[in-house]
Design a protein around this ligand. Structure first.
Ligand SMILES: [Zn+2]
Length: 427
């Protein structure tokens, strides 16, 4: 195991050493002055980390000294109002663009593909339709790097992008990040730790298995930030997450009901496959999005609306509310979403196309419909530290779209597509 790790590390180092060095920055006077107060930024995402995991670590018995030190030494948000759908790919893309999913194009974890058994996830960087922090940094002549950040496959804006191997080996991610920092000294580095999210899905949030995972990530983060501070004493370090989590008690197989009501037709041999559909429910998690095959089909629209509201009227079905087109306008959801089916706490959508509508289920989920007032369990985390950043400051509730312009400010790069104001950190 140890030898394997060492070999793997040598391979990474070899790959790094043959990669081209980052472009030299512009040499005119204005650029030089700007570069003088430029701050290198390390952005670490801990997938699925609720803010209370750090803020109330004692209550949960979590031993995460590195993350807790951020509360004392730096500033933090009480909670981050993230974007719908509250799942991984849309929120990670908002973290690096500062805009809503409808603007950056990553509108769910997977594109809408009702005929596919398991649609391919969003993954390619070219699917992002808005300018990113890596792109802005590259334009300014900075060196960019990333390890396992979602939706970055074939990203020309990232000079050193490590996406090979297992994304579940936190210690190796940390070792690779340290090597990258020491050898390439990137001005902007993004890291994604995903194992905590996987354990929360499997066992539920705030379980011993999930806690052990976050504690391992805490150690890994400690190693990375030590290397980063050594390489860049004036660095700004941001820890963020993409969404919260809830404990699952039931799953709701909405498309099984849609089949029974005649909106979806299945072939039955050898196993059920969708052959045609007039309306389909697009999986998210704690919510779902209803999609019409033909948006001009007013008859199906009316039938679908009546059908979903009838389902929602029976409390046993686990549906909190149906949000119609007018109610979800402006939230930045996919243009394909006709309505949102918001499920109750404890309920997530299931993907069965036949059988009962509601079944008992276990583990954890996210992706619930979240607003300023609904589902605080979906909120994400933000912690920031570095020289000059106020110590012990609670920023209250912040909007996730404020994070990218804040980072752009430290890097002294231009990201005009991000319209929300940068966070006020008293400098
Ligand atoms: Zn996630």
């Amino acid at each position: 195991m140890k030898l394997w790790r060492t070999l793997n590390m040598l391979i990474v180092l070899a790959v790094l050493s043959v990669m081209p060095a980052g472009p030299a920055s512009a040499q005119n006077g204005a650029a030089a002055a700007k570069a003088a107060d430029r701050r290198p930024v390390l952005l670490i995402s801990i997938d699925g980390m609720r803010p209370d995991a750090v803020l109330e670590a004692d209550k949960y018995g979590l031993k995460i000294p590195v993350l807790r030190r951020f509360l004392k030494e730096g500033s933090h948000a009480q909670e981050v109002l993230n974007v719908n759908p509250t799942v991984t790919n849309p929120n990670h893309t908002t973290l690096v663009t500062g805009v809503l999913p409808a603007e950056h194009g990553i509108v769910n974890n997977r594109p809408f593909a009702p005929l596919a058994k398991l649609p391919k996830g969003f993954g390619s960087y070219s699917q992002i339709k808005a300018p990113t922090l890596w792109g802005a940094a590259k334009k300014a002549g900075l060196t960019t790097a990333s390890i396992f950040w979602p939706v970055t496959r074939d990203a020309a804006d990232i000079d050193f992008n490590l996406m090979e191997g297992s994304d579940e080996d936190d210690a190796k991610i940390a070792a690779d990040a340290v090597a990258l920092i020491e050898q390439k000294r990137p001005d902007f580095l993004t890291l994604h730790f995903v194992t905590f999210d996987h354990k929360e899905h499997e066992f539920g949030p705030f379980t011993p298995e999930a806690h052990a995972s976050l504690e391992r990530i805490d150690t890994a983060v400690g190693q990375v930030i030590a290397a980063q501070r050594k390489a860049h004493p004036n660095t700004v370090i941001v820890i963020a997450s993409d969404h919260g989590f809830f404990t699952v008690t039931h799953q709701v197989n909405l498309n099984a009901a849609m089949v029974e009501a005649g909106f979806i037709t299945l072939s039955s041999d050898p196993e059920p496959v969708v052959t045609s559909w007039r309306a389909f429910i697009w999986y998210v998690g704690g919510m779902a999005m209803a999609v019409l095959n033909d948006p001009e089909d007013q008859q199906t629209r009316a039938q679908l609306d009546a059908f979903l509201r009838k389902l929602a009227a029976d409390p046993a079905n686990g549906i909190e509310r149906i949000y119609g087109r007018e109610e979800i306008a402006g939230l930045g959801l996919s243009a394909e979403a006709e309505s949102v089916v918001a499920l109750k706490v404890g309920y997530r959508m299931g993907n069965a196309m036949t059988g009962p509508l509601v079944q008992p289920a276990k583990g954890g989920a996210h992706g619930a419909f979240s607003t300023r007032t609904l589902r605080p369990d979906m909120r994400s985390s933000f912690l920031i530290t570095g020289p000059g950043i106020p110590a012990g400051k609670n920023l209250g509730q912040i909007d996730m779209r404020q994070i990218a312009p804040t980072i752009a400010g430290y890097l002294k790069v231009s990201l005009p597509s991000a319209k929300m104001p940068a966070l006020s950190l008293g400098e």
